[in-house]
Design a protein. Sequence first.
Length: 507
Amino acid sequence: MTEHPSGRDTAAEAGDPGLKEDAIGFVDGLIIGIASTAPAYSLAAVLAIVVVGVGVQAPAVLLASFVPMFLIASAFYYMNRADPDCGTCFSWVTRAMGPSLGWVGGWAVATTGILVIGSLAQVAAYYTFDLFALDALRDSTAANVVFTLLIIAVMTTICVLGTELSAMVQRIMIFLQVGALLLFAVVALVKGGALTPELSWFSPFAIDSLNTLILGVLTGVFIYWGWESAVNLNEETSGSATAPGLAGVLSTVILLVTYVLTTTAVVAYAGLQTIGDFEDDAGIFGALATDVLGSPLDKLVVLAIITSAVASTQTTILPASRTMLSMARQGAFPEAFGRIHPRFLTPHVSTIAIGVIAAVWFGVLFPLSENFVYDSLTSLSLMIAFYYALTGFACAIFYRNELTKSVKNFLFIGVGPVVGGTILGFLFFKAINEYRKVDQSYSGSAVFGIAMPVVLGVGLLLLGVVLMVIWRLGAHDRFFGRNTETVDPEVAAGRKLGVAAVPEEAV
């Protein structure tokens, strides 16, 4: 058997059973892609912030934020068609741009999971206490930490027990959270309220300041993040070369409809002043739900936020663990992280590692400073923009010899991903410039005058570079000795699917 750069053939020869093939289908992947964004909670968390910035043009900001997400989703689709590797960004950037950039891209994916998992679980814990009017527990730091750690442990266990179980849990939760949001939006629009929707609400060009639009998009991009979890499960999905990528693209479209419709409904029903009161509070849906839906249906909205946070806690573990698995089997990470459970056929070591590290990160930092944890969430924008942009550029570079062979190739595989990568690259540097200001930090802390969100975001990326150099010095030539590659023309033409690439020196 010929060794493939991904290391999958080598693992098979060593007796590694590999991830379970055909464990889930296209619909399951689509549901996981949507659930990973935590749509109910994400929208509740940023809607008021966007409205305060741009007013009634909030739906326009979410439309504009969708553009780079859709373009990068296109890059994921075409890269997955050529290389359905669960490491996604890591594997693809390695092939197209070299091992060093690939390693740092993979590190960024894994780090985002570690930073956000605890916070998502804590949202679920907080709103659960609130739903049952357990005010003493809701306001207790110790109770929040204990319940949060319990949620992380349960969701990590589900991820270890099998991808089918993970998908089944997500099927149940996705209908509650998206269904509740759409019900809320439709009823609010039918009832009418403070304002009447106008077409100008959906035009980014109606926003007076370009800088205001850019800052709104920077916030908006965060709520779309996570759809690529569907692609990280490519090796476990039926039709691994096409279905996961299509699920990723379609999930961004479904999110667009959900977000724009719900935002329009909230702005129209509540008005700008009421929404502005929730700028630092994610409880806007809970506050409006009773007026819009009445009791007891108003509880569905709170349940939607809880299930949204729980679902995303689980699905955020999936891409981080699969990325570590891919890095390990390609020789870019310690071999232990590439082990597959012989019974459940899941990457149990990397999954448990992600869960434990995320739990420790939250369990230690939250009691010391809740605001520091919130600063770490702000820093996510840097990580997200970084590895999404890398993937967009990698797609065009990997397919570069095929771009002029058709208009479709040029636009959808070349121009689209590059434009998406350029927008996100710009937002990366814009985020650094914006979040370095102390008044943009929840904790108010700074290092050499630079606020904690940028210290954390850039610092963790630089830590990844340092760890990559250390790993490289450890004589891991199997990975760092790899040459860049380009796509097999047969794959680019759609005549062949699966792992197929041409070493650059052979082109």
